[in-house]
Design a protein around this ligand. Structure first.
Ligand SMILES: NC(=O)c1ccc[n+]([C@@H]2O[C@H](COP(=O)([O-])OP(=O)(O)OC[C@H]3O[C@@H](n4cnc5c(N)ncnc54)[C@H](O)[C@@H]3O)[C@@H](O)[C@H]2O)c1
Ligand SMILES: [Zn+2]
Length: 360
């Protein structure tokens, strides 16, 4: 499946295809980029998929320097970015060269930031290998490193030239990591597409079994939904807020527990449940709409209940939400499956009640 992302001069394609890794070299030649590339990735991912990528580039006559970065969030620091800039310089990369990001969202964000800043911007190709990176982080051009005081504080918008998704790569993901990524897929269905949501309901078992055909269709469908939003709101002004569904409370749950208790996707699953219940409390959504969301999350092995939530800490974290405008925190709510509305001025007591309902 090839999904076009139409952004004028910044347009690109998302290719979702089993075996896509082996087509990288040919696709780069088609794009007409220069003959030098840097492959940015973490050691464990390189061991799994590095050979296939390098062989494909060799086949197309593209020389490649490998830049190893630490695993996970530890990659998103200024010292790592600096080491990467040095490596690019040493390998002789110029304005026509390409940075390839092979890995999860962390590698993608770091490599994207390096590509956005090296020589004021070089070609970037995202080759995401986690579900979260495939359906979310690799699409949309947001790149960032962390600041000691805040995640993703320093970054730039830099659209990739190509996003290459090989659904087969997620076969090696740890189970918890795999399921966590599915929360973003569920999110896309709830707020953007009822038919897609229904497909998820019928495909839950095949998805969990990582059936390749199912993965290709579902991951591709989710990429298409995110791409549609990015096309209409490249710089994240208003519309992209919709992608924050489940995240206002989800992020706050993560922050209030020091990012240690839940993975991002687990916190988003709980955030979805709480925000679904909030919508019901406010009279915006009917109970069956809430129940369908919970049932699907549960079928995908994601949490829908949690004990011992420190509501005060979560409410404080919501108050610090980056998305707040003039101190007002917008909530994206789903009046029914496939639709959303943005609601400001939600009363604290209603958020508190929604949080409390997670314990029931
Ligand atoms: N730029 C954006 O728009 C955007 C959007 C959402 C999230 N993000 C960022 O993405 C990051 C999270 O991404 P993530 O969830 O992919 O986590 P991650 O990048 O930390 O990867 C998770 C783990 O899985 C491993 N891994 C990756 N692919 C694998 C594979 N195929 N087989 C086995 N192991 C594999 C990684 O080495 C790592 O240990 C965060 O830093 C977040 O800020 C960015
Ligand atoms: Zn998320």
């Amino acid at each position: 499946m090839v999904i076009p992302v139409r952004l004028g001069p910044h347009s690109y394609a998302i290719v979702v295809e089993r075996g896509a890794l082996g087509t990288l070299g040919a696709r780069l030649s088609e794009l007409g980029v220069g003959s030098r590339a840097a492959l940015v990735s973490a050691p464990a991912i390189l061991r799994l998929y590095g050979k296939t990528v390098v062989a494909s580039l060799d086949g197309a006559g593209i020389s490649v320097a490998t830049v190893e970065v630490p695993d996970g969030e530890a990659a998103k620091t200024l010292p790592v970015a600096e080491r990467a800039w040095n490596a690019l310089l040493e390998a002789g990369l110029d304005r026509t060269s390409t940075v390839l990001a092979l890995g999860g969202g962390a590698v993608g964000d770091l490599a994207g930031f390096v590509a956005a800043t090296y020589m004021r911007g070089v070609n970037l190709v995202q080759i995401p290998t986690t579900i979260l990176a495939q359906v979310d982080a690799s699409i949309g051009g947001k790149t960032a490193i962390n600041h000691p005081q805040a995640k993703n504080l320093v970054g730039a918008f830099h659209q990739p030239r190509l996003v290459l998704v090989d659904p087969a790569t997620v076969s090696t993901l740890p189970e918890r990591e795999f399921r966590s990524g599915l929360a973003e897929i569920v999110k896309h269905g709830i707020v953007l597409d009822a038919q897609y949501f229904a497909d998820l309901e019928t495909s839950a078992a095949a998805l969990l079994a990582r059936n390749l055909e199912t993965l290709e269709r579902i991951v591709g469908g989710s990429c298409r939904l995110k791409a549609g939003i990015v096309e209409r709101d490249e710089r994240e002004t208003e519309l992209r807020q919709v992608l924050n569904y489940g995240h206002t409370i989800g992020h706050a749950l993560e922050a209030a527990t020091g990012y240690a208790r839940w993975t991002h996707g687990e916190a988003v699953a709980l955030g979805i449940v709480a925000e679904a219940r909030l919508a019901a409390r406010l009279g915006l959504a009917a109970p069956p709409t809430v129940e369908r969301q919970e049932r699907l999350l549960m079928a995908l092995g994601l949490p829908i209940r949690a004990e011992a939530i420190d509501a005060d800490a979560v409410l404080a974290a919501i108050g610090h939400d980056k998305k707040a405008r003039d101190g007002r925190v917008p909530f994206v709510l789903a009046p029914e499956i496939g639709r959303f509305s943005v609601v400001y001025d939600v009363a604290v007591k209603d958020v508190r009640a929604a949080l409390a309902s997670l314990e029931a």
